[in-house]
Design a protein around this ligand. Structure first.
Ligand code: IMP
Length: 422
């Protein structure tokens, strides 16, 4: 069986930490979508580390880490990620395998991303500008370059043809994008050389045989369900399926081989980049969440927008993914709030609704809140469920009842050890 670990909001829920906490129970950790737009932060032994493409199991002695076919890889960023791991003395070659079917992000994909965003002006997506959208466009347009292409002698010709096409496309945008392609290409070739030191595999075959051997596999999602290309707040989304179905297509896992579906959410809500966010706060409460929660993007450093928990959206993503257990992150950030609000319904075109409608922009939707008592206690030193303040327990139990799924982990700080199992 393959267990899934997914973010249920707009990303940045804390997936990296939870994968790291759970890795000891798994033989294989596999990424199935997204690319270096992700920033998975892990903290242990006083060290803070951010991973972008490499699965979060890389720090555990025995886990094999797989970058699946659904992921898009930028060799330049990948090389930097590997260089940053040097100091940890990890035997990367025997622990990290790459799917031949994963697509490559070319330097010109990044330029196209920048040109597309600049051309959109005010309507920009707020992309991380890592070339994610253009790379998935080439994948679905059947023009992309894959990791497996690098095993053939003519890969540079393939690269050249695609890069030339991209340059012509950049010309179509009426924007001024400055770049030195020669310099970008030198970096790219260097990255490819590093990538080629790793083992390329047919990851679906590897996973089939691991399943036959009874090995335990965890599929690690990136971004969050509300950024899903189909079910997210389109067009303000990423270009992959971040939901459970993405693990089937991004790794070759059959639906009947999926076991537990672990859904991660923050005790409140955040979003980076543009797009609707019904429970967004523009007041002191939002500012406090951002400051206490250190809400800055792990990849871009941009401040994250903050707001109360949105149960309408969360119910939707719990259903889309078939979540079997929940993990609530950053409960400690809400300590000190006199009252906590949870959005339980929306007013939509004058009517009260409890489902996520097609339009969630503020001109259509006004959140309806339930107000609950807050807690003052500092949670960051707690280790046992019995120590949680009773008002926090009320909050947790209310969410469990509304979502009809148990909350199994409450995270009270960024470190591995600040994790309470229920
Ligand atoms: P892109 O995937 O870089 O094109 O970005 C599209 C949207 O998804 C933007 O609003 C980004 O801020 C957001 N996004 C992409 N990756 C992440 C992530 O890992 N965490 C949070 N937001 C993300």
């Amino acid at each position: 069986m393959v267990d899934l670990l997914l973010g249920l909001q707009w990303g940045d829920e804390g997936k990296g930490k939870i994968v790291d906490v759970l890795t000891k129970d798994y033989d294989i950790i596999a990424r199935f979508q997204g690319g270096p737009n992700a920033g998975h932060t892990l903290e242990f032994d006083g060290i803070k580390h951010v991973l972008h493409t490499i699965p979060s199991g890389i720090f555990h002695k025995n886990a094999i880490n797989i970058v699946g076919n659904g992921v898009v890889i930028d060799p330049v960023i990948f090389k930097k990620e590997l260089d940053n791991l040097d100091k940890f003395n990890i035997d990367i070659v025997s622990k990290l395998f790459i799917s031949r079917k994963a697509h490559l992000i070319l330097p010109t994909h990044r330029l196209l991303d920048a040109a597309s965003e600049a051309a959109k002006g005010k309507a920009k997506i707020g992309s991380t500008l890592k070339g994610i959208g253009p790379t998935y466009m080439d994948k679905t347009g059947r023009n992309g370059m894959r990791v497996g292409d690098l095993e053939f002698d003519n890969w540079k010709e393939k690269y050249r043809a695609l890069a030339n096409k991209h340059e012509a496309m950049i010309g179509f945008y009426d924007v001024d994008i400055q770049y030195d392609l020669e310099e970008l290409e030198a970096e790219f070739y260097e990255g490819v050389a590093t990538l080629k030191n790793l083992r390329f595999i047919d990851s679906e075959e590897y996973i089939f045989s691991a399943q036959d051997k009874g090995e335990k596999i965890l599929a690690e999602g990136a971004q969050g369900s509300l950024l899903d290309i189909d079910f997210g707040t389109y067009p303000y989304v990423t270009s992959s399926n971040t939901t459970a179905a993405g693990a089937c297509t991004g790794l070759g896992v059959a639906p009947n081989k999926i076991g537990r579906v672990l859904g991660i959410f923050k005790a409140y809500t955040t979003r980076v980049g543009s797009g609707p966010f019904p429970t967004e706060l523009f007041d002191e409460d939002g500012e406090t969440m951002g400051r206490v929660g250190n809400e800055f993007g792990a990849t871009t450093g941009r401040p994250r927008r903050c707001g109360w928990l949105d149960l309408v959206a969360l119910k939707y993503t719990v259903k889309i993914n078939g979540v079997t257990e929940l993990m609530m992150m950053k409960a400690d950030v809400l300590s000190g709030f006199k009252s906590i609000k949870v959005c339980t319904a929306y007013t939509y075109k004058g009517e009260e609704i409890t489902h996520l409608p097609y339009n969630v922009e503020s001109e259509y939707v006004t959140p309806i809140y339930k107000e609950m008592k807050g807690w003052a206690k500092d949670l960051t030193k707690l280790t046992k469920a019995e120590e949680l303040p009773s008002t926090l327990n009320d909050y947790i139990e209310f969410l469990e009842e509304q979502l009809n799924v148990p909350i199994k982990i409450v995270s009270v700080g960024p470190d591995r050890l600040q994790t309470i199992h229920r």
